[in-house]
Design a protein around this ligand. Structure first.
Ligand SMILES: Nc1ncnc2c1ncn2[C@@H]1O[C@H](COP(=O)(O)OP(=O)(O)OP(=O)(O)O)[C@@H](O)[C@H]1O
Length: 787
């Protein structure tokens, strides 16, 4: 409330200065960008001149787009500027609202200002339309989808960037795989507005973005593990309530120990690899269903999209689960690939100095936004009163009754000459419904994942009289259906929902296609007790109620076509939907907890990497010096007492092979104290290093050699660590009990393995520096072959 008051005061100031800018001719208004920029460069406080900045962009919006932001839109713009979530009802014009804070933030000249959308269609649509205003005011604008690699630097150098969350995430990960700082594109994370922030941060945030590459050594453990898992009984494992997790019961663990003849705890380092494979086999057999999660096509496992059921050709599950399914189906096991980079959306967006978001539906999940992102939700009033009529849900016992009743509604809408939008929960349902409409001779447009290329065309026709659009929830976000004057007169858009979606927010987004900008409209959802979400998430009591009454219906004792008005049924449907929502929230919380641990390590590595990439010779030399010290200290500390042959082995394996045992003996002169050995090895290594580096007569080549050997050691170590952590996550995530707190075990092991990785990195760096062979080509270039 306090914040809203503050913003309202600024709005007043905006309207006080607006007339001044309205009087300016185009060229004078356009020049204000430079005026503001130089004021800011000279130390002017951005907030002080905010009313003027907002007034300029408002007037530019009006001149270029023909749209002057309403008062409530200015208020929304301020909520975004100050880093909040602006909750503005569907159709209130959020696309335009975003222009105000983006312009203000971009004036500081610090780049890295983003508008992030949940899909490519919106990024392109909004980037192109709103881009015109920014360009008119002299700023540069980039659209970050489908961009060639060689255009990435230019893209991210724009003042304002419209892109999707995944494009940004992948570009960030790829940047940190390269060996050239000049090639890094995503350098600045200053300000971001996330459009449809609940879709991006809640609906789509359970999975992390992953880049994988380099095949791993093939393992034969997949088949053995599959065989073992098939020999288990039901009491050997437990499934979570939502059947999305599975873990071994104490009985199962006992069988594991007997079968593999390993009395040690299953979580010991020695058992890690086999245990991982067993867990994967258990998951593949118990959680992944053929023809539901995947199909077997031509000897290959092809995944199915959970939401729209389409085949996802070429997509593979990470972390070995894909191979475990192949073993389950007795197919040829494809090579497993290592994870090269991984980031969750949560970590990605936490990188921004200032983050904000907008949506029509955030208040219900405000707690999660505050807890996770420190984002407050500010409710912005509507410009005109909302006059859409949201009818209460009609609940039927059977799908058949529901569909027939919805058809009646469609026909009624046709008689009233209104545009109709029918929403289904999946691609298959949309196809089925399309068939039913055709059987009833009702012409319509179908909008789902497979007709996506025609999206623009379909939406442009959707607001005319008698236009019927059948869609999946794809048409639920950002879709702006423009009504014809006649359609408005006839009552506006009629939205018919044919089932509850996975959250109330998504339902509300669908309703929100109607009644935009104070227009007339209506929404009606029809639900049945046979809908997927209800069947999968309801109690036995409701199931019984369904079964008994269907039987009664068959003998005419229950009217199947009469909507059910019982509280327990309504309650059951609401709670089925809530249950799905809660499970998803828990999933996000877990992803976040795991990723927080991982992101601390990732940041540390990426920071060191970037320092190496800056080519600062002092930094690299210091690093190399520490490397000698670390490796030798680690070696010495590893022994209680060191024998001569241990020292010889160390030199032979890591420094050079031509060293004679007698020489070592001579030089140590019987003094086998650790301090003396340390000194001796340090001298040997320093000499060898000088010799190795002396091979480069050219300063540039020498600098390159140092940089690349160091970088290679860091990257190899980190990739192995990342891959290990991903595997570890999949096995600890499955077991949750009083004794085992998965996240604590993960944290402990992650820390221990990071420590080991650091040691391994130093050693690899050491070996790279001393043992890399060089071949000179005739043209003066060199080729390195690493040990
Ligand atoms: N100030 C304005 N004056 C006139 N029309 C406007 C104004 N602002 C927005 N509009 C129009 O309102 C419609 C809805 O805008 P937009 O699609 O940006 O809404 P939204 O808030 O993003 O909706 P959703 O929540 O569904 O994504 C558009 O047709 C847009 O042109």
């Amino acid at each position: 409330m306090f914040k809203l008051k503050k913003y309202e005061k600024i709005v007043q100031k905006v309207y006080q200065v607006l007339p001044k800018y309205k009087r300016m001719v185009d060229i004078e208004l356009q020049s204000q960008t430079n005026v503001f920029r130089s004021l800011l460069a000279n130390g002017q406080n951005l907030e002080k001149i905010l009313p003027d900045i907002f007034a300029v962009i408002m007037e530019a919006d009006r001149r270029v787009l023909g749209l002057e932001p309403f008062k409530v839109q200015v208020l929304g713009g301020l909520a975004l500027f100050f880093g909040n979530i602006a909750e503005m009802k569907t159709g209130e014009g959020k696309t335009l609202v975003a222009t105000l804070p983006l312009y203000a933030r971009a004036l500081q000249g610090n780049k890295g200002n983003f508008l992030i959308t949940s899909n490519e269609y919106l990024a392109e649509r909004d980037g192109e339309s709103m881009g015109k205003v920014f360009k008119w005011l002299g700023l540069t604008v980039g659209i970050g989808v489908n961009v060639d690699d060689d255009k990435k630097i230019e893209l991210y150098d724009s003042d304002i960037i419209y892109t999707t969350h995944s494009s940004l995430g992948f570009d960030y990960l790829f940047d940190n795989l390269g060996s050239d700082l000049d090639q890094q594109a995503v350098k600045r994370f200053n300000f971001a507005i996330i459009d449809e922030i609940d879709a991006v941060l809640l609906d789509g945030a359970q999975t992390s973005l992953i880049i994988s590459g380099a095949p791993k050594v093939q393992s034969s453990l997949f088949e053995i593990s599959n065989w073992f898992v098939n020999s288990l009984d039901e009491e050997d494992y437990e499934l979570s309530e939502d059947r999305k997790k599975v873990w071994f019961s104490p009985l199962g663990i006992k069988k594991f120990q007997e079968y593999f003849n390993t009395p040690e705890t299953v979580f010991s380092a020695r058992n890690f690899d086999i245990y991982r494979h067993i867990v994967l086999a258990l998951q593949a057999n118990m959680l992944k269903k053929r023809d539901q999660d995947y199909v077997v096509d031509d000897g290959k496992v092809v995944l199915l999209d959970e939401v729209n059921g389409r085949k996802m050709n070429g997509v593979k599950l990470n972390g070995g689960i894909h191979q475990a399914i192949e073993a389950k189906e007795s197919l040829k096991i494809t090579p497993e690939s290592k994870t090269l980079g991984m980031v969750s959306y949560q970590s990605l967006f936490k990188k921004f100095k200032s983050l904000s978001g907008m949506t029509g539906t955030a208040k219900t999940d405000e707690k999660e936004f505050i807890d996770t992102y420190h984002l407050e939700v500010i409710e912005i009033p509507t410009n005109l009163p909302l006059i859409r009529i949201d009818k209460k849900d009609q609940i039927y016992l059977t799908n058949q009754a529901k569909i027939e009743k919805s058809l009646e509604l469609v026909k009624k809408g046709i008689n009233e000459k209104r545009p109709i939008l029918i929403e289904t929960g999946s691609v298959s349902m949309s196809q089925l419904y399309s068939l039913i409409l055709l059987q009833n001779r009702i012409p319509h447009n179908l909008l789902n994942a497979s007709t996506a290329p025609q999206e623009k065309q379909i939406i442009s026709e959707a607001g005319g009289v008698n236009s019927i659009t059948l869609a999946t929830s794809m048409a639920g976000r950002g879709t702006d259906i423009k009504l014809t004057p006649e359609a408005k007169e006839n009552g506006g858009l009629l939205v018919i929902g044919t089932e509850r979606m996975t959250s109330k927010r998504i339902d509300n987004q669908l309703r929100g296609r109607a009644g935009r900008q104070g227009e007339p409209g209506e929404s009606q959802f029809l639900v049945s007790l046979e809908d997927k979400i209800v069947v999968e998430n309801t109690s036995n009591r409701v199931r019984k109620y369904h079964d008994i009454n269907v039987e009664k219906g068959e003998i005419g004792e229950f009217d199947l076509y009469q909507p059910i008005d019982k509280r327990i049924v309504k309650h059951a449907i609401d709670s089925a939907q809530r249950k799905v929502g809660n499970l998803e929230a828990q999933g996000r919380e877990r992803t976040m907890a795991f990723d927080t641990i991982l992101s601390n390590q990732r940041e540390k590595i990426y920071r060191t990497r970037n320092e190496v990439l800056t080519d600062d010779p002092d930094f690299i030399d210091e690093l190399i010096n520490s490397c000698l010290n670390e490796v030798i200290t680690n070696f010495v500390d590893n022994y209680r007492s060191i024998e001569l042959h241990d020292v010889a082995d160390f030199i032979f394996n890591n420094v050079e092979s031509a060293y004679e045992l007698a020489d070592i003996e001579d030089q140590l002169a019987g003094n086998m104290k650790k301090k003396n050995i340390h000194l001796f090895l340090f001298n040997v290594a320093s000499e060898a290093l000088d010799k190795s580096l002396d091979r480069f007569k050219n300063g540039l080549q020498l600098a390159y050699f140092k940089k690349i050997t160091v970088l290679k050691a860091i990257d190899n170590g980190w990739i192995d660590q990342l891959d290990y952590l991903q595997q570890l996550k999949s096995i600890v995530d499955g077991r949750s009990s009083a004794q085992h707190k998965p996240i604590n075990e993960f944290a402990l092991e992650a820390r221990r393995s990071f420590f080991n990785m650091e040691k391994e990195m130093w050693l690899n760096m050491f070996r790279n520096l001393l043992l890399t062979e060089i071949e000179k080509n005739i043209d003066g270039s060199i080729e390195l072959s690493f040990p």
